[in-house]
Design a protein around this ligand. Structure first.
Ligand SMILES: [Zn+2]
Length: 465
């Protein structure tokens, strides 16, 4: 029965896709999409059942069925998200060439949708550029930036061969990670995770790190970046504590979110069996180190890490042949990657600022509605994007990146500090006069920094990037 169902799906999809390619159906053809979803839904419910399929061995079907079942029976018009979901079947068809054992010349050719492959691949060739526009990349990959970016980086570092990772399990793992980020969060979603992963890659390529990090360090650094905010609820730790959320009780009010991100990541690692071929001891050690990296992103412990970093730099005693020191630098790199938005070019910095403020203010609205004390940072009545950003840049971002540039005094560090300074100035100008953020003088300065970082050949990946 299962084979018949899959075969009928494949036939339907092949026809649907070939019609689309001929221009008979567009991506927006909601009638066709609704028909297709209905067909899947009925078949899955009546013949297989979600749990049975969940236990099945096919990762692609598993993922898509899971999403379809999360759609209420009474759902109205098909959303853009479901359309994207359908497109993943196209990837499934392409990837089935791999499953049948037909060698593909380029791993990305069956990961990305045909219509976007060219543009997305072009972007990935410059994935080490600090101006990398993750929002554009996310659009070009139909909302699959985290999966495609992380897969590409694993591949370019040769981690798949080195750790003998099963490509299907890896793909399944990355899709599960992406899906477990909550897309309704304005900020803490899979695009933020992809952005942090891209920034992490830039730092891993910095000479001091590139010359000393082991393959295991690289694997952990990328894994930690991709999973560091997994299943983020879109509210902060104090909110979880004051509302007696079960996670706060579970983790005893300490690094509640970060513990949850880590444990969620470990859960997906085990569910996907990505590392199941490794000895148990090695696997547990990797999970522990992953936790140590993710826990370092707890902003409430910022000063502890910063003091330790400063102390090492003052004493000049960091020795990256030492495993413990390398791990500490990975923690610092991840912390930088997590809060690097203000160090990006203005256009990107501004978009991230709007998104994070929207999430903060949403929390404030909930607090007000339920007569809870409104967190000052989340109060839209007494705060503004500019104020929040200027405070964040001055007290959190700047101190960290100044130390990072002491550690890694490179052109990238100077570029980041340059953007940070200009962006802060931009918010200061905009604080009193919104249009001033586009003032000619500032714009000229920004353009010159942008040109500088565009012309710069940032360290590139070890293979083909
Ligand atoms: Zn984050």
């Amino acid at each position: 029965m299962g084979i018949v169902l899959i075969w009928s799906l494949v036939v339907f999809l092949t026809r649907w896709i070939s019609q689309k390619r001929r221009g008979a159906i567009s991506y927006d053809s909601e009638d066709q999409t609704a028909l297709y979803i209905r067909m899947l839904d009925v078949r899955v419910r009546s013949q297989l059942g979600f749990e049975q399929e969940r236990r099945g061995s096919h990762p692609y079907l598993y993922v898509d069925f899971r999403i379809l079942h999360s759609r209420p029976e009474s759902a109205g018009p098909v959303s853009a998200r479901n359309v994207r979901r359908l497109l993943s079947f196209q990837r499934y068809l392409n990837s089935s060439q791999f499953l049948r054992g037909i060698p593909a010349s380029d791993p990305l050719s069956y990961i990305l949708d045909d219509d976007y492959t060219g543009q997305a691949k072009l972007m990935l060739e410059k994935v080490g550029n600090w101006n990398f526009d993750i929002f554009l990349f996310d659009r070009l990959t139909n909302g699959n930036s985290l999966v495609n970016l992380t897969f590409h980086l694993f591949n370019s570092y040769g981690l798949i061969e080195l750790f003998q990772l099963d490509m299907v399990k890896l793909r399944r793992f990355l899709v599960m990670i992406q899906e477990d980020y909550r897309s309704q969060n304005p900020y803490h979603n899979a695009v933020h995770a992809a952005d942090v992963t891209q920034a992490m890659y830039c730092y891993l390529q910095e000479p001091k790190l590139a010359q000393t990090l082991t393959s295991c360090d690289l694997l952990l650094g990328l894994l930690a970046a991709a999973t560091h905010d997994l299943d983020h609820p879109g509210v902060n730790q104090p909110f979880l504590i004051k509302t007696d959320h079960y996670l706060a009780a579970l983790y005893k009010n300490s690094s509640v979110l970060e513990n949850h991100h880590w444990k969620s990541a470990v859960g997906l690692l085990r569910e996907s069996a990505l590392l199941s071929h490794l000895p148990t001891e090695d696997r547990l050690s990797l999970e522990e180190r992953l936790g140590s990296l993710i826990l370092a992103t707890d902003i409430s412990r910022q000063n502890d890490y910063l003091s330790e970093f400063r102390s090492h730099l003052d004493k000049e005693d960091l020795c990256l042949t030492n495993g413990g020191h390398r791990h500490f630098i990975l923690q610092m790199a991840l912390k930088c990657a997590d809060i690097c938005n203000p160090c990006r070019p203005w256009k990107l910095c501004q978009q991230w600022s709007e998104k994070v403020t929207e999430e903060f203010f949403h929390q404030g609205d909930i607090e007000r509605k339920h007569n809870l004390e409104v967190t000052p940072l989340c109060d839209r009545q007494s705060n503004s994007i500019a104020n929040i950003q200027i405070g964040f840049m001055s007290y959190v971002v700047e101190p960290l990146f100044l130390e990072w540039s002491r550690f890694s005094d490179t052109r990238l560090s100077q570029t980041m500090l340059g953007h940070l300074s200009l962006n802060k100035q931009g918010w200061k100008e905009g604080r009193d006069k919104p249009d001033a953020t586009n003032s000619r003088a500032s714009e000229e300065q920004r353009t010159s920094v942008a040109k500088d970082s565009n012309s710069r050949v940032l360290p590139q990946g070890s293979k083909g990037s």
